[in-house]
Design a protein around this ligand. Structure first.
Ligand SMILES: Nc1ncnc2c1ncn2[C@@H]1O[C@H](COP(=O)(O)OP(=O)(O)OP(=O)(O)O)[C@@H](O)[C@H]1O
Ligand SMILES: O=C(O)C1=C[C@@H](O)[C@@H](O)[C@H](O)C1
Ligand SMILES: [Mg+2]
Length: 219
């Protein structure tokens, strides 16, 4: 569970992923990792890559809600945030009772039931800083950010950061790293428990934020 100090290299170095839980036949009975973090951090993009690398399934709770109920913006506009949160909670409950890689919507961790469900699981906080997120959220349709831009994003992150760090086993920063590299680090952490990879510290030679021109929306 939490080291409470995600972002501090020393503490991150000490964190090992909790052991995977499997049944008698070796089948996983919980997600291999759960990705949490603010909008635009890269949970969906990184999660897909980690699942691909591990040869397992990928579940994104935002996408589950959208597939079952329509766009988040529409749900939010027609029935309000509380209704969206209940739909989200149901998607999260089912995803966390399953296997594979699971990415949660940015605000899913606000629900105390989800906080309880995350206890003892491998939780990776996917983070980004305000400078790097600006381009990613430009013209964003996420209801909480519409019109508010980076200021709204920063206010939301300031408010949630204690919760994110308390729930996370480890933090991975996507601000100035290629997503493939971040995904490799998450995968290495899960498979090797490698303390030197998965650090939230960007390496000295870190590349500028990746521009993914030819990537499919979904990828
Ligand atoms: N390392 C990165 N470098 C550059 N752009 C990135 C990086 N990670 C994500 N992005 C871009 O940021 C946007 C948001 O990424 P993604 O949808 O994976 O975030 P998310 O954490 O799942 O957000 P949400 O909580 O809203 O679902 C995408 O347009 C993606 O291409
Ligand atoms: O941070 C949030 O509260 C949200 C993040 C997105 O992933 C969506 O779940 C929705 O836009 C709400
Ligand atoms: Mg996402």
């Amino acid at each position: 569970m939490a080291d409470g100090a995600a972002g501090e290299a020393a503490d991150l170095g000490a964190s090992e992923p909790p052991a995977a839980v499997a049944d008698a036949s070796g089948q996983p009975t919980e997600p291999v990792v759960v990705l949490i973090g603010p909008p635009g951090a890269g949970k969906t993009k990184v999660g897909k890559r980690v699942a691909r690398a591990l040869g397992t399934s990928f579940t994104d709770t935002d996408r589950v809600v959208v597939a079952e109920h329509g766009t988040i913006a529409d749900i939010w506009a027609s029935k309000g945030e509380l209704h969206f949160r209940e739909l989200e909670r149901e998607a999260v409950r089912i995803a966390l009772a399953g296997a594979g890689v699971v990415a949660l919507g940015g605000g899913a961790v606000l629900d105390p039931r989800t906080q309880a469900d995350l206890s003892g699981k491998r939780v990776a906080l996917i983070m980004v800083d305000a400078d790097a997120v600006a381009d990613r959220i430009e013209g964003d349709k996420r209801p909480l950010l519409t019109g508010g831009g980076v200021a709204a994003w920063s206010a939301l992150v300031d408010q949630r950061m204690p919760l994110y760090t308390a729930l996370a086993s480890r933090t991975f920063d996507t601000s100035r790293r290629k997503m493939d590299a971040v995904a490799e680090e998450v995968t290495a952490w899960l498979t090797d428990g490698d303390a030197e990879t998965g650090s939230s510290k960007a390496p000295a030679e870190s590349a500028p934020a990746e521009v993914e021109e030819n990537e499919a929306e979904d990828d």
